[in-house]
Each structure stands twice: as structure tokens, then as C-alpha cells.
Write a protein that binds this ligand. Structure first.
Ligand code: ADP
Ligand code: MG
Ligand code: ZN
Length: 480
């Protein structure tokens, strides 16, 4: 009798990640890269592919690409070129995309990721610079398609990994690490939902222990970590089913429909030769001098690992707070700048860890969307330190400040939220409360300690929350 053992399969994944760079202008012309804008208003002859127009490289694009390459341990190609990738598509007005094939700006890097099973290096095959395409809008009512070239020529870098990842968990750890580094560099905001970071997932499966890779497919249209994880699971199963039933995986590009939880074939995968790449004759080769490279290296920011170590040294805040705060550049900057202004790391950390995180979650916002300034948070902390407002009022003021970056000092002044520290006024309120609540007073005298809590509450209410509970307590005890 033959017992058939279920085969074990290993998933092999490599990623192509496109990142929109945070330059003010496009890669080869002076048009604005601002998101939105009426269709075709951020355009010129260059980015709409008019004959005779000539591209000129935006230096900032090169600088960002080199900075990302250095952060990912790449070798920088100091003599690099641009190539034309030829294909027709209505959102691509030149009939070619300017990209890099032969001499990409960065090569042979690595990114360290951390998962439950430990640390791991993911190889970076290359990073190249290229231009984004326009956007097609399919108008079903008018039965026509429209094209908006505002995005045409927006600078991108494409980060191509080696097929080193083995699970969705590793893929997400890799993407989060990349996103954090790029945000720390200020090279992009890397928002998956808005498309400023886009990941294509190349996936194959092979029997565990096999040396050769299996045939891969590429999945596009993944705009959230959840969709990426679902797509990996779905595609792994689809490929295993094919192999188990004696069929072959076809190398192709597939579109993942996260709503349906399945993928479908878009097109058979083309090879580089199909695009007839050749060096772009309109652009000169680029030379990154040793001096400039050294300058970009020197300008690399402090990344998370170093930042965490420094926070541990410098600030007396819990490790957990350090982990959360350094998790995004936005939080870390906000923390450091506020501490610089008020010198109170613990209090700043508390506002970020409790109220800020609570409101971000409630409003489904990312730390990048935080609007309030360090000056205003420091101002709010000063108001509570100087007992101008009590902690309940401070939370109310914080919510307003979180919403519109309102100046807390002005707001407290205008709304008359200052704690009444005038003892005469407070004494009067306490006397009134005592007179109005004989039952509680009697309870208190009969040893019911709790009764005083009620009387404090009544006084706070009479003062519209603008009193220091400690002072109310003291006055009550004195007058009872
Ligand atoms: P192409 O030139 O067709 O785009 P590349 O060799 O540049 O192909 O690889 C594209 C991506 O696919 C890379 O991220 C790479 O890591 C990944 N990849 C290549 N082969 C495999 C494979 N067998 N399984 C999974 N991913 C792969
Ligand atoms: Mg490729
Ligand atoms: Zn333009």
C-alpha cells in the first residue's frame, strides 16, 4: 500500500514598490506635483508629450533616489542613464516612459526586517527613477474615456527586491520598514491609500526543499496591507491547486479584487525586450560626484534604531512609548520639538500616547495627518502646569486643538475656561452647595466619607468645571 503524503509548499515573494517622491515639481519639467487640481491644469508641452519638447532632470529627484539607496545599503551608480520604455497607452502621451534599465541609480542593497521568527535581510536588486503616467477616467454615462495628465511626469522610484520573502508577514514587515525609512528621509509620504506607495507582488510556490524557483505571477492593484495579505494567501492557494491537479502556473500579470477575494488574469507577462528599451537621446547621462554623494550621506537623518537608543538615554519615558513615538517620523518630530519647547518629556509623551492616539483612531487618521503644532501642545502643557486650567478642561481644549490647531492660550481666554483661583468666589460657591445639600452634609458628619465626593462634584458643576478639585476639597473640609 502506498501512503500519499501531502506535499509541503514554500511561498516565494519578490516586490516591486513604486514610491511617488515628495518634490514640488515633476521629474522632467517645472509643472506642479500637487495632488488634485482641475484636470490637465498641471501640464506643459513636456509632460503631455508634445513633439519638440525636451526633458530636463529635476535634481531633487536624483537626490531623493540616492538618499533612499543609501538608507537601503545600495551601491550608488555614479554614472547613470535614462532609457525609454516603449509602449502605447492613452495615459502615456509620449508613447514611451522615461525609466532606467541598463544603469539604474542604485543596486545591490538590503533591508533588515524583524518578524516573529527573528531578523532577516531582504535583498534589494535595484532602485530606478522613472516618470508616472496620467490617469484615465472611464465615464460610463457619456460612454467615453477621459484622460488627466496632471500626474504624468510625477517622479517615481521603483524599488525592486530580490525574491527573498516567504510569507505575508515578511512582506508587510518589509513594506512597513521601507515606508518608515522613506518617511524619515522625507522623500515621500508613502500613503498606500492615496497611491503614493504602490506594491506589485510577484509570487511563486515550490515544493519545500527544492532549489529552483517555480513560475511566478505578478499581482497589481493592491492598496492596503490587508489586501496584500489576502492576495498572497489567495494566490498561493491558486498556484498550489494548479500544481496539485497537474497543471502549470502561467507567468502573467493578475489583478487582485479584494472585494471578491480572487484574482484574474490581466495580460501575459511581457519581457524587457518587448519594450525595445534604448537610452533616451534627449537626456544626458547623470554623474553623481563623490562630493555630492558624501553630502547626501552626511544629511541622512537619524533612523529609528538610533533614535530609540537615544530616547532611552535622554528621556525618562517608558519603552513602550518610545516604540510607538519613533514608529513614525511625524510623531517623533512632534515629540522632540514639543519637548524642546517645554522640557517635559513625560507630559508630552502622555498627550501623544493617550489623547492623540485615541483621537487618531476615532477619526481613522494616520499620524501624518496630525495638524496641531508643537508650539500649541507646549502651550497646553504650560496652561495645566501653571494650573490655569484643570485636567478635564485641558482634554476639552486638546480636542479643539487637535481638530484645527487652535491656540490653546487664546481659546481658554476667549471661552473663559480659566480655573477660578479667587478663593472668595470659590468659598461662596462652596457655601451655597453646603446650604443646598443638608442631607449630604449630615451624611458627612455621620462619618460617610463618600458624601464629600458628591459635594465636590456639585461645587465643580456650579463652577462650570473651572475649579481645582483639590482646592474645592480643602475648602469643603474647612467649612463643614
Ligand atoms: P521582470 O524583469 O520580468 O520584471 P525581474 O527579474 O525584474 O522580472 O523580477 C521582478 C520581481 O519579481 C522582483 O521583485 C523579483 O524578486 C521577483 N521574482 C523574480 N522571480 C521570482 C519567482 N520565481 N518567484 C517570486 N518572485 C520572483
Ligand atoms: Mg520588473
Ligand atoms: Zn509639465
Amino acid at each position: 500500500m502506498v501512503i500519499k503524503m501531502a506535499k509541503q509548499y514554500e511561498t516565494v515573494i519578490g516586490l516591486e514598490v513604486h514610491v511617488e517622491l515628495a518634490t514640488k515639481t515633476k521629474i522632467f519639467c517645472g509643472c506642479s506635483t500637487a495632488f488634485g487640481g482641475a484636470p490637465n491644469t498641471h501640464t506643459c508641452p513636456v509632460c503631455t508629450g508634445m513633439p519638440g519638447s525636451l526633458p530636463v532632470l529635476n535634481k531633487k529627484v536624483l537626490e531623493y533616489a540616492v538618499a533612499v539607496g543609501l538608507a537601503t545599503n545600495c551601491t550608488i551608480t555614479q554614472f547613470c542613464k535614462f532609457d525609454r520604455k516603449n509602449y502605447f497607452y492613452p495615459d502615456n502621451p509620449q508613447n514611451y516612459q522615461i525609466s532606467q534599465l541598463y544603469l539604474p541609480i542604485c543596486r545591490n542593497g538590503s533591508v533588515e526586517i524583524e518578524t516573529e521568527t527573528g531578523k532577516k535581510q531582504v535583498g534589494i536588486h535595484e532602485i530606478h527613477m522613472e516618470e508616472d503616467a496620467g490617469k484615465l477616467i472611464h465615464d460610463e454615462w457619456e460612454d467615453c474615456s477621459l484622460v488627466d495628465y496632471n500626474r504624468s511626469g510625477v517622479p517615481l522610484i521603483e524599488i525592486v527586491s530580490e525574491p527573498d520573502m516567504r510569507s505575508a508577514e515578511e512582506v508587510i514587515a518589509y513594506l512597513e520598514k521601507l515606508r518608515m525609512m522613506i518617511q524619515y528621509l522625507g522623500a515621500s509620504d508613502c500613503k498606500l491609500q492615496e497611491g503614493s506607495m504602490r506594491a506589485d507582488v510577484n509570487l511563486s510556490v515550490r515544493e519545500a526543499g527544492t532549489a529552483e524557483f517555480g513560475t511566478r505571477t505578478e499581482m497589481k492593484n493592491l492598496n492596503s496591507f490587508r489586501a496584500i495579505a489576502n492576495a498572497i494567501e489567495g494566490e498561493r492557494e491558486r498556484q498550489i491547486d494548479l500544481i496539485e491537479s497537474g497543471q502549470k502556473v502561467v507567468q502573467e500579470t493578475r489583478r487582485w479584487d479584494d472585494g471578491k477575494g480572487e484574482s484574474y488574469a490581466m495580460r501575459s507577462k511581457e519581457d524587457a525586450q518587448d519594450y525595445r528599451y534604448f537610452p533616451d537621446p534627449d537626456l544626458v547621462p547623470v554623474v553623481v560626484s563623490d562630493e555630492w554623494l558624501a553630502e547626501i550621506k552626511a544629511a541622512q537623518p537619524e533612523f529609528r534604531t538610533e533614535k530609540m537608543a537615544r530616547y532611552k538615554e535622554e528621556y525618562d519615558i517608558p519603552d513602550y512609548d518610545i516604540e510607538i513615538i519613533t514608529g513614525t517620523k511625524r510623531m517623533a518630530d512632534l515629540f522632540e520639538e514639543t519637548v524642546k519647547l517645554c522640557g517635559q518629556p513625560k507630559k508630552v509623551s502622555n498627550w501623544l500616547m493617550v489623547e492623540t492616539l485615541r483621537l487618531l483612531k476615532e477619526k481613522e487618521m494616520e499620524p501624518e495627518d496630525i495638524r496641531f503644532s508643537p508650539e500649541h501642545l507646549a502651550g497646553l502643557i504650560r496652561l495645566t502646569d501653571e494650573k490655569v486650567i484643570n485636567s478635564t478642561v485641558a482634554k476639552e481644549v486638546f480636542e479643539v486643538m487637535f481638530e484645527n490647531d487652535t491656540d490653546p492660550e487664546k481659546y481658554v481666554e476667549e471661552k473663559g475656561l480659566k480655573t477660578v483661583s479667587d478663593e472668595g468666589a470659590l468659598r461662596k460657591a462652596v457655601e451655597d452647595v453646603i446650604a443646598a445639600n443638608p442631607k449630604s452634609v449630615e451624611d458627612y458628619h455621620n462619618g460617610k466619607e463618600k458624601a464629600i465626593g458628591f459635594l465636590v462634584g456639585q461645587t465643580m458643576k456650579a463652577m462650570k468645571g473651572k475649579a481645582e478639585p483639590g482646592m474645592v476639597n480643602r475648602l469643603l473640609k474647612e467649612l463643614l
